[in-house]
Design a protein around this ligand. Sequence first.
Ligand code: BGC
Length: 261
Amino acid sequence: MHVLGIDIGGSGIKGAIVDAETGDMITERYRLETPDGAKPADVATVVGQVARHFDWTGPIGCTFPAVIRNGVAYSAANVDDSWIGTDAKALFEEATGCQVTVINDADAAGIAEIVFGAGKDQQGVIIMLTLGTGIGTALFVDGHLLPNAELGHIEMNGGDAEQQAAESARKRESLSWKKWGKRLNQYFQALEFLLSPDLFIVGGGVSKKSEKFFKYIETRAPLAVAQMLNEAGIIGGAMAAHAIFQSGDDGEFDHRVILAG
Ligand code: BGC
């Protein structure tokens, strides 16, 4: 089944048509800038433009960087506060005229990695992290997702871990790889203490430079670089929409359908 995957990020809104059963993108990615301030109505307009670019009338799977339950956003760490309580699903359906599934961005990336990427055929507890403007996390046990884990915001040194250890903190504070790597080490060790994972999968654009910082992270669990890089969100979003479609449910997606398929 073909689904339009749309990944909403802080700087860009990217879409592509995906074969949700194989995880292959069957078109080029189309990217538009995220509007300044990223307010709901403006983001919805761009989502509509992406759908129109593909002349799309089928199902859409959309990622969003917040807690999402039944299509509604419940947090707004790096987006406008007015998203809290916004029915993103209804908003994007109005903008596109299509059936839309909305899912947290890290959960989407994790689903794609678990089914087709670095977590394929791996059992046990897996933590997927996306290091970017924020820190996104997705938790899996034997391939089953625990949705909306917000472990980027655990307390570290009396503050929010994300503020200190996201890729944006490295850039904002012009940290050396070593200094940032040591902060990440503290953060990864805190996660390991809390959850004893079998594997960490590290994504986000900076994961392309893993040789610069993996050496500072001293966890018992191995680290794997995400394999789908920029495309994981688009593909995972499409997979979530496909799962909803298959289950005939218009509510929250059923990750077991994805993983059984
Ligand atoms: C948000 C998460 C999101 C992550 C990555 C965090 O600030 O709270 O929901 O997954 O950023 O975008």
